[in-house]
Ligand binder design. Structure first.
Ligand code: AMP
Ligand code: ZN
Length: 121
């Protein structure tokens, strides 16, 4: 979709800090993290929201998420991870994405995305 920010990122028209990429998904750092290591798992094809997500893509995302979890635990040592899938008025970008948000006890101050990206890439 021409006016979709995530389609533009996938096409390379907008830069992103990419953690992982294959033919089906792209994973990149959230520009405005809720916590250190906040990333987005985004299918390369324009899927508006989770109701349009096909089983094949969902299964692939499920597999990639487990690999990302290992990497996040290895590099960032969080206490847990929240997976967030916003919908309706809570979904600001109308291109399906799953948030992966590491969380820390006690809560850590948010540091520059580049510092975290250096640990994850
Ligand atoms: P949602 O409310 O689930 O649609 O959240 C959209 C998310 O996309 C927010 O956490 C934004 O910070 C993030 N976001 C928006 N534009 C960009 C961008 N250009 N690069 C990385 N993350 C972005
Ligand atoms: Zn899109």
């Amino acid at each position: 979709m021409d006016d979709c920010v995530f389609c533009k990122i996938i096409k390379g028209e907008i830069p992103s800090k990419t953690i992982y990429e294959d033919e089906i998904v792209k994973v990149f750092m959230d520009i405005n993290p809720d916590d250190n290591g906040h990333m987005l798992i985004v299918p390369k094809k324009h899927i508006a929201d989770f109701t349009e997500l096909d089983d094949e893509t969902a299964l692939h995302i499920n597999k990639i998420v487990k690999e990302l979890k290992d990497k996040v635990y290895d590099r960032l040592n969080p206490d847990g991870i929240r997976f967030v899938n916003n919908y309706g008025v809570y979904q600001l970008v109308k291109h399906y994405h799953l948030h992966l948000i590491p969380c820390y006890e006690p809560k850590q101050p948010i540091v520059d995305v580049d510092i975290i990206y250096d640990k994850l890439k």
